[in-house]
Write a protein that binds this ligand. Structure first.
Ligand code: CDV
Length: 314
């Protein structure tokens, strides 16, 4: 945080593919390298992807026991991830990291942590909007088993006052839901950080591939603007063992404009010196919530999940 100017050095560390055979040790070495580059470019906070430590394993059918043994972390940090915490403390850089969490009680979550510049875990978020299915779909080109492998997050969307900034967290599919952003904005979030794994192919309907990127970007741009926040989104992308996922990691300003965007589908660091005062300008004017919001007319948002029963689909 640059004193006096309300700026934060923001970095998004996009990751290229993590294959099934890649070890945690090798993955963490990649994260450490990007952390160093981000620090050299003035970053105070580095945003890593969702499920950053492993391949996007919900694409594979397997038992819960096998998934938990191979892909989940029962402790954070643990010996394999410790080098990232050590380097972050040495450099004085905070970070956001997504991983598969197995609690001491044995509950599996798709989780993200916020780590401050002293390498302390100051915030934890467990994914609320879990996409996909919980049954085996042998006809599909791959699975999307988040509803099988993870429980729905047990806490509402939070905001953490750390590193001189009010920071909200979410994960991947959460970014598509306006409620995610508004709940954080109502808690005065100035910055929303998130990681994602977005397959280029939609297994539920023949979605044109270009729409994946289009929806990713319009969601982030509209949500940042409508909620007066900076948004920093980190992809894990490229082809993991032949399964392609979109890149397009971005930092979006509260104007809704893209301030930085990744140009590869590989490990790549993008940085912005983010002026937090910019968000304040929008909060004072068009989106002065206390002056203009009419919650008495929004009651259906919390009273109803949808207009009816879930619709049938393949
Ligand atoms: N990891 C995800 O949550 N992916 C979803 C896909 C399934 C659409 C996403 O919203 O990007």
């Amino acid at each position: 945080m640059t004193k006096g100017q309300r700026k934060i050095g923001l970095a998004v560390a996009q990751m290229g593919p993590v294959h099934l055979a890649d070890t945690r040790r090798a993955v963490v070495a990649r994260l450490v390298e990007m952390l160093r580059e981000a620090h050299a470019r003035g970053a105070d906070l580095v945003v890593f992807p969702e499920l950053a430590l492993t391949t996007f394993f919900p694409r594979y059918w397997m038992s819960d026991e096998e998934a938990q043994a191979r892909f989940f972390e029962a402790q954070m940090p643990n010996a394999e991830v410790q080098p990232l915490f050590d380097e972050a403390r040495r450099l004085g850089v905070g970070f956001y990291l997504g991983y598969a969490e197995l609690t001491p009680e044995g509950v599996p979550y798709n989780t993200a942590i916020l780590v401050d510049r002293g390498a302390r875990i100051v915030g934890k978020y467990r994914k609320v909007h879990l996409p996909g299915h919980d049954d085996h779909k042998p006809q599909a080109p791959f699975q999307h088993l988040e509803k099988k492998f993870f429980q729905v997050g047990d806490q509402p969307f939070g905001v953490w006052d750390t590193m001189g900034t009010k920071i909200g967290m979410c994960l991947c599919n959460d970014r598509r839901w306006p409620e995610t952003w508004r709940v954080m904005s109502l808690q005065s979030a100035e910055l929303v950080v998130l990681g994602y794994n977005t397959p280029s192919v939609n297994i539920h309907w023949p979605e044109p591939v270009h729409l994946r990127m289009h929806h990713h970007l319009i969601t982030l741009q509209a949500s940042a603007y409508q909620n007066c926040v900076w948004a920093a989104a980190a992809a894990k992308c490229g082809a993991e063992d032949g399964h392609h996922m979109i890149g397009g990691s971005v930092i979006v300003a509260p104007t809704g404009e893209i301030a930085a965007q990744a140009s590869t589908e590989d490990d790549e660091v993008i940085t912005v010196s983010a002026d937090l005062g910019l968000a304040e300008t929008f909060r004072r004017h068009v989106f002065d919530f206390a002056r203009h919001r009419r919650p008495e007319h929004y009651r259906l948002i919390v009273e109803r999940t949808g207009p009816g029963e879930p619709l049938p689909r393949d």
